[in-house]
Design a protein around this ligand. Structure first.
Ligand code: XUL
Ligand code: MN
Length: 345
């Protein structure tokens, strides 16, 4: 049987302007239609959306107008042969979300966060996709005593339930990240996300999106995080990228810091036949600030090329030799087998 082929996805924020916390944009903004054209050219089929990527200025639009605009976006995607992968409520940029949304200490902000999430469900339904991604960006603290973690966990669960009820055909993929922009996030790992989902009103509809860099920031191995979610049938998307140790979230090209770690992630996806599930492989990668505008999509092309090369490495892995090493408990020989395979010698 032929191996299933992977479907790739990208978000408009992955073709950025090069601004960082210490400097302004260095490249002109890329018009949304040009992002879509770049996606097509690079062989990406899926588009990932924040709610206001799909419907700009949605805070100032009526629910009916939001749905009409999302439908127009759906048509635009259709015309280019693209499909929407997910919608993520962008709670962390609005003034109401300054201290988090679902776990804000301000009850008005908490109400706003739930209402905004319901609008995201409307956007996803009108676009024709069934995944809501929750990156709980500011759902945490920088001053530990500023929120009650017991109460916050209940609030997060209530938010998940509210979204599940608002969108009976939606699934929620939680994208945990342990820090940044907050010091300590309340859902730092896949274990936390799945435990919370299991307590929800409809656990079958709560899974995860795993970002490599986020797992590394939590001191964990992304391939093991993936394995944990895959074993539970809960890996509904990935944001592959790389991260050079415990720093800010770098969103480096997939494999750029740790090629073997990238191989292990591809291998676990291959072993689980992830491609056959139809779920997307997304690359949450950032163009370097030094990159000139005309080549500011190279990071996406490289990430995809590295991924595909590692798929080949995984499919040609000397499995029989590895099994012999394991049977003999000769892990030094296994180490060498892996390294030589990756080095091509
Ligand atoms: C933040 C992050 C986000 C989410 C979508 O670190 O990864 O881009 O992927 O909001
Ligand atoms: Mn991400």
């Amino acid at each position: 049987m032929a191996a299933a082929t992977y479907r790739f996805s990208v978000g408009p924020w992955n073709i950025g302007r090069g601004a960082d916390p210490f400097g302004p944009p260095v490249r002109p903004a890329v018009a949304f239609d040009d992002v879509l054209d770049a996606a097509v050219k690079l062989g990406f089929e899926g588009i990932q959306f924040h709610d206001d990527d799909a419907v700009p200025d949605l805070e100032n639009l009526s629910p009916a107008k939001i749905v009409a605009e999302a439908k127009a976006m759906r048509q635009k995607l259709d015309d280019k042969g693209l499909v929407p992968e997910f919608v993520a409520p962008r709670l962390w940029e609005h003034a109401h979300g300054v201290d988090g949304g679902y776990t804000s200490n301000d009850p008005a902000a908490r109400t706003w966060a739930i209402e905004r999430s319901k609008r995201s469900v409307d956007v996803a339904a009108a676009l024709g996709c069934d995944i809501i991604v929750l990156w709980p960006a500011r759902e945490g603290t920088s001053v530990r005593e500023s929120k009650n973690p017991i109460e916050a966990s209940r609030q997060l669960l209530a938010a998940i339930d509210a979204i599940l009820i608002a969108g009976p055909s939606m699934r929620i993929a939680i994208e945990p990240k342990p820090n940044e922009p907050v010091d300590h996030a309340f859902i730092p790992t896949i274990g936390h996300a799945l435990a919370l989902g299991a307590r929800s009103f409809d656990p079958a509809r709560v899974g995860v999106l795993i970002e490599s860099a986020h797992a590394i920031l939590a001191g964990l191995d992304p391939s093991d995080e993936m394995g944990f979610a895959l074993a539970a049938g809960k890996l509904w998307s990935v944001h592959l990228n790389d991260q050079n140790g415990l720093k800010f979230d770098q969103d480096k090209v997939f494999g750029a810091a740790n090629l073997r770690g990238a191989f292990d992630q591809v291998r676990v996806l291959e072993n689980a036949n992830y491609a056959a599930t139809g779920a997307f492989v997304g690359f949450d990668v950032k163009a370097q600030r030094t990159q000139k505008a005309e080549s500011a999509t190279a990071h996406l092309a490289t990430s995809k090329a590295v991924f595909l090369a590692l798929v080949e490495k995984s499919r040609t892995f000397p499995q029989r030799v590895a099994e012999e090493c394991i049977a003999a408990r000769d892990y030094e020989a296994l180490e060498r087998t892996v390294l030589e395979h990756l080095l091509g010698c």
